[in-house]
Design a protein around this ligand. Sequence first.
Ligand code: KIV
Ligand code: ZN
Length: 397
Amino acid sequence: MNPEHDVATPTAEDRVRIFDTTLRDGEQAPGFSMDRRAKLRMAQALEALGVDVLEAGFPQASPDDFAAVSEIARTLKTTTVCGLARCQDGDIDTTARALEKAQRSRIHVFLSTSPLHREHKLRMSKAQVVDAAIKAVERAVQLCHEVEFSAEDALRTEPDFLAEVFSAAVAAGATTLNAPDTVGYTTPSEMIELFSYLRAHVQGAEKVIFSSHCHDDLGMAVANSMAAISAGARQVECTINGIGERAGNAALEEIVMALKVRAPHFGVDTRIDTRRLYPTSRLLTQLTGQAVPRNKAIVGENAFAHESGIHQHGMLKHRGTYEIMRPQDVGIAETKLVLGKHSGRAALRQRLEALGHAPDEAAMEDILARFKTLADKKREIHDEDLEALALGQDPQA
Ligand code: KIV
Ligand code: ZN
């Protein structure tokens, strides 16, 4: 492979790179494993979605993971394909072999840096950690197009030591520096503080992309990712539907839409084709058999559904009253005004008219009264129920 380390490109254009790890951190969570065919299908969907970097797996983990990463590397055309490796020669060499056929390859080497991990997991001194990071990055640099270095448990690492390890990784040739909140412990203000500190103290900071990788143990993965972006991170690591270890990773669709909907606030965008967000989310649920909760932001069944009469009335007057983005922008056909016991006259009349009925006021009074009685018994009212009500029949007969 011909290594070409273009450190100027990362900062040439101000945008947020989407590093998708659905097939690595996402897939390694219980209940979300996928076979090779499923992974390839998902990888192609992610390329069509427009992710910048796709972490396809951890090739040293198993022969199947190796095969999946190789197949994805051979197939994708424009997306950088990435494989994860510990700071060990065997991992790095295996990952390089799996990525051999990629149009553009990235080896992602990682090593824990926090005191807790250094002492109890690695049993390594600070100096040994720095040394191992340098050796791993130097080796990986010879074997692929670009190298990312991750300091596992970065958010619980002494900031000055983190800056020291990162500076060493940059000198060794890493072009992306990732600071993961491995255990989902941090808060948005701490995130801003750390990323600002790193940008000011890492030697060579101006040549590299800083990246965040947030887990959702306290439900703050997306908020923490957004905070990192505010403090200058230009890569975010995330997964479709937020799948991932324990409570999951930051949800890709939420980060992307937050940047879009709050564009003036963040002032930086991604290359994602947002109209593919919902279809990609659906594909993942089909491949893994794991549905998303109804109330999941952006892609949940209720994300663009309104049942309360007050909201439906507002929506019929001006959709901006209760919707901050259009369903079509994320690939959902239309807003749903769900008819149930909380719905009112306006939505009921609109639906009846769409079904070809034009009741006068007296008929409408009668239909509304029978509709409310029915809605107390049934969770959702369907078109057949409305047809029956409009025709004076009993929908439950
Ligand atoms: O959460 C984490 O720290 C990771 C690293 C391997 C990047 O997934
Ligand atoms: Zn992770």
